[in-house]
Design a protein around this ligand. Structure first.
Ligand SMILES: *[C@@H]1O[C@H](CO)[C@@H](O)[C@H](O)[C@H]1NC(C)=O
Ligand SMILES: *[C@@H]1O[C@H](CO)[C@@H](O)[C@H](O)[C@H]1NC(C)=O
Ligand SMILES: *[C@@H]1O[C@H](CO)[C@@H](O)[C@H](O)[C@H]1NC(C)=O
Ligand SMILES: *[C@@H]1O[C@H](CO)[C@@H](O)[C@H](O)[C@H]1NC(C)=O
Ligand SMILES: *[C@@H]1O[C@H](CO)[C@@H](O)[C@H](O)[C@H]1NC(C)=O
Ligand SMILES: *[C@@H]1O[C@H](CO)[C@@H](O)[C@H](O)[C@H]1NC(C)=O
Ligand SMILES: *[C@@H]1O[C@H](CO)[C@@H](O)[C@H](O)[C@H]1NC(C)=O
Ligand SMILES: *[C@@H]1O[C@H](CO)[C@@H](O)[C@H](O)[C@H]1NC(C)=O
Ligand SMILES: *[C@@H]1O[C@H](CO)[C@@H](O)[C@H](O)[C@H]1NC(C)=O
Length: 747
């Protein structure tokens, strides 16, 4: 559970915490119940289907959600005894208890190579035109200029959704807004009123929505920092908000209802900055609902989780989703620590007060008292220690959020705080809205500052605030919290898929929510927060403008375009690094860092027909389990199972027995979406000599648009040993490079 605590206020990835469930026979609990109609039973309208669902229930009032598009079933309040009765009824397939979920840009367009003219309101880009992006989140603050309908065309005719805000809050930018929170345990204001407007009392949903498809807003800043033009990745796309989470958390049954509605309403992209522990797909309402969405042509972008850097810490691992990691950008909001001995260290703080002056203050490490809680500046831990008028060094970690550590120091009379990374956070620092002069420094700087404190009886320091700096390096680099592979549900699919900006991201914020310590600055409110919650809507918006350019591409083709064109080097031309400044593995980066311009024109794509996922699932699960995910009766003995390595994925993950020299053979199909005619040559990148990789044939010729070619990738061990090896192959033409990572695990 450590990751729950490792994510203080600034990392609002919505973490699914499995609630402890007390089962007594008569207590009502929420279940997601999967049912299947008889073979010839069809429902002309949603009302008829809902009426059929109700026949399973002891009384109408128990139904919470009826699913129509992406699940065959419903959510209802039932006692265990009643569930036993339901389970015996014809048509019943399975039931899972609902899970209680817990709450766990100005610069990014330019950083990603997208041309945003600074200071220009009338922005002529049509990135995302005609595309509807659904966000399943904490609601939205509709009156923010990031959701202005100025200059936006009406939504496409296929839009069938609705807006539950009153008055003119919705417009051609924010076209839909609904609240799906039904559970009585959720906030009182929203319980039992599905028509309540989806007001954002958290900030998370407003932030993610504006990152994906917010309008162009000049003069964006937070506490005077990171000044610039805020713009979503797809500023022409339409936004539909489906509120499924609030400050208490989110329920799986509500999330599934949100997916169901987004698909039914005609959305093109679903963006979900939430997740939970890894679980088998047939028990995971998000995996089930998103497969339904993909079958209807809806692209799904999901956060990989904030449980890094531990291996195997990913969420949302199904192959039909885009699983997004988080990385830094080249912006730092600097707060420099100067020591009495002349050394200085660069940290970050969003709160940039007038300089403390040239005065050096006494510097103390409360942890030197031997009290572990004091090292962390936990609430109450500084009582009885003399920190008045001093700068206090605090370790990150348990003991409250980062901003509250500052409040503890301040209330104990401290004048400043140096927040120090533990080893695992490495070189990553956050620009937080601290309540007092502060600097968040990396682990190495923290160790040096501690040594200095140890070396003298008279340690002194000052913190100076140089403000926002661009062009910092290394950037991008993988952030410590970004969850890592391998994929626990299926090691045969390499996850995460791709990384995007998720550290210190500026985007819209409801003025009534914060930011915490600010003296309000006139104008719209923005905030800077971090998480895979922030990288995910970047990818959703990028998917929206790819979809806008290529309306006929499938979700798998869009995902392939994003993955095969991703950057594997940082802005200095070095391999992508992680939080320790070590080269990041594929289990951290996936295919690499998104390159939006290249992704719109990839040359070749690896497409997947949604029906292939059923064969894929048959390779993993029983027919009954596959039927739940596929929402229809599936007999796996009658369809060919597709081993995961043979799914037409844009990356490859294979296990190779180390005691043989037999190659593992992986088959792939690429479709030409580029120039005609064109020829591609295979190139293999194999930094290690422990495996052999070859591609056959080594040349592919395309004479028609959308022509497909099949090829084989052979992987064989060259020497013994149990380990993971990372390689890649590329299809290279005169104009394109189509790259696929290969992860090889020796068994
Ligand atoms: C935006 O600029 C374009 C071209 O410069 C112009 O035609 C259009 O009228 C402008 N739109 C608005 C709303 O000012
Ligand atoms: C609109 O909604 C807000 C809050 O949801 C409410 O305070 C206000 O009274 C409503 N206005 C109208 C005209 O219904
Ligand atoms: C919802 O509200 C209605 C009337 O306001 C009430 O009759 C019903 O029992 C409520 N349902 C739940 C599940 O609380
Ligand atoms: C510390 O705890 C006290 C008493 O529980 C509370 O009033 C105060 O707000 C807390 N301070 C912080 C910074 O959390
Ligand atoms: C500081 O000194 C203490 C006790 O002498 C020692 O335990 C600790 O490791 C030292 N810390 C550093 C950072 O040198
Ligand atoms: C402590 O340090 C300050 C500034 O670095 C210096 O002016 C002062 O003389 C020092 N005091 C002692 C006792 O070393
Ligand atoms: C599945 O198909 C196999 C082969 O056709 C058949 O023997 C089996 O009875 C089927 N199972 C079910 C549950 O229909
Ligand atoms: C490789 O090792 C596995 C497991 O130890 C064994 O089952 C298999 O027969 C071995 N294969 C060869 C070719 O030695
Ligand atoms: C691996 O080791 C086994 C036994 O030590 C040997 O028989 C086999 O040839 C080796 N395989 C390779 C690929 O070197």
């Amino acid at each position: 559970m450590a990751n729950l605590f490792r994510l203080p206020v600034l990392l609002p990835f919505l973490l699914l915490a499995t609630a402890a469930v007390v089962v007594t026979g008569d207590e009502l609990r929420t279940f997601i119940v999967h049912v299947q109609p008889r073979e010839n039973q069809e429902f002309e309208t949603a009302e008829y289907r809902t009426a059929w669902y109700k026949t399973f229930l002891p009384e109408d009032g128990r139904l919470l959600h009826a699913y129509h598009h992406v699940a065959s079933g419903f959510a209802a309040r039932l006692s265990q005894r009643e569930l036993d009765v339901v389970s015996a009824m014809p048509g019943f397939v399975s039931a899972v208890p609902d899970q209680r979920y817990r709450l766990l840009t100005t610069h990014t367009p330019q950083f990603l190579g997208l041309n945003v003219q600074q200071g220009v309101r009338n922005y002529t880009s049509d990135r995302g035109a005609g595309v509807i992006v659904a966000l399943l989140d904490t609601g939205i603050f509709p009156d923010h200029p990031s959701f202005s309908g100025d200059g936006m065309p009406p939504p496409p005719a296929k839009w069938k959704g609705r807006c539950d805000f009153n008055g003119s809050s919705c417009n051609n930018k924010l076209i839909g807004a609904r609240d799906f929170i039904t559970d009585a345990a959720a906030s009182a204001a929203n319980s039992n009123d599905s028509r309540a407007p989806p007001v954002d009392n958290v900030g998370h949903g407003t932030h993610t929505a504006s990152t994906a498809a917010g309008a162009i807003v000049p003069g964006a800043q937070v506490l005077g920092q990171a000044m610039g033009v805020a713009a979503g990745m797809a500023p022409r796309a339409h936004i539909a908000m489906y509120k499924v989470c609030d400050e208490v958390g989110c329920a799986g049954s509500d999330i599934l209802a949100g997916i169901d509605a987004a698909v039914g309403d005609g959305c093109d992209i679903i963006s979900m900055s939430l997740g939970g522990p890894s679980m088998p797909f047939h028990q995971d309402p998000i995996a089930i609902g998103t497969l339904g969405a993909i079958e209807k042509g809806v692209f799904v972008s999901m956060a990989g989780g904030n449980s890094g850097p531990d291996a195997g810490s990913l969420s949302n691992e199904a192959p039909w989703m885009l699983t997004v990691a988080a990385s830094t950008m080249d912006r730092s909001i600097r707060a420099t620590v100067r020591l009495g001995n002349g050394l200085y260290f660069r940290g970050q703080s969003l709160y940039q007060p007038e300089n403390l002056g040239s005065v050096f203050y006494p510097l103390v490490y409360a942890g030197a008292s031997g009290k572990p809680s004091a090292a962390l500046c936990a609430n109450g831990s500084l009582d009885g220690l003399d920190v008045r008028g001093k700068i206090v060094l605090c370790d990150l970690g348990y003991g409250g959020g980062w901003i509250s550590k500052g409040a503890v120091v301040q209330s104990a009379g401290g004048v400043g705080m140096i927040l120090v990374n533990q080893f695992l956070e490495g070189y990553d620092t956050m620009a937080a809205a601290h309540v007092l002069p502060a600097s968040h420094v990396d682990y190495a700087a923290g160790s040096a500052i501690k040594s200095y404190i140890n070396s003298t009886t008279n340690a002194t320091a000052q913190i100076v605030f140089p403000g926002t700096k661009l062009g910092t390096s290394p950037a991008p680099s993988i952030v410590f919290f970004s969850s890592r592979g391998p994929n626990a549900q299926d090691p045969g699919i390499l996850k995460p898929d791709v990384t995007g900006p998720g550290m210190n991201v500026l985007a819209a914020w409801p003025f009534q929510v914060g930011p915490p310590s600010a003296t309000p600055v006139p104008g719209p409110t923005f905030n800077i927060i971090s998480g895979t919650s922030m990288s995910t809507p970047h990818l959703s918006g990028i998917a929206a403008f790819i979809k806008s350019n290529h309306p006929d591409w499938s979700p798998a083709a869009i995902k392939s375009a994003i993955m095969t064109t991703a950057d594997i080097d940082d802005r200095s031309g070095n391999p992508l690094l992680d939080e320790q400044r070590s080269p990041a593995s594929f289990f951290a980066t996936g295919a690499g860092h998104v390159n939006p311009e290249k992704a719109t024109n990839p040359g070749l794509v690896y497409d997947i027909d949604p029906s292939d996922y059923v064969g894929y699932l048959c390779g993993m699960y029983t027919s009954q389990e596959v039927s739940v995910v596929a929402r229809r009766p599936v007999n796996c003995s009658t369809i060919p199972a597709i081993p995961s390595s043979q799914l037409n994925y844009p990356s490859i993950s294979v296990s190779v027995p180390s005691n043989t020299t037999q190659p593992v053979v992986v088959r792939r199909t690429v479709k030409n979406v580029g120039e005609v005619p064109s020829s591609y040559y295979a190139a293999v990148d194999m930094p290690e000599t422990v495996v052999g990789v070859s591609v056959y044939p080594s040349r592919l010729d395309f004479t028609e648009a959308n022509q497909e070619n099949v090829f084989l990738v052979l992987v064989w061990p060259k020497q013994n040993g149990t380990r993971v090896v990372q390689a890649a192959f590329r299809w290279v033409s005169e104009t394109h490079t189509v790259r696929s990572p290969i992860s090889v695990t020796f068994t």
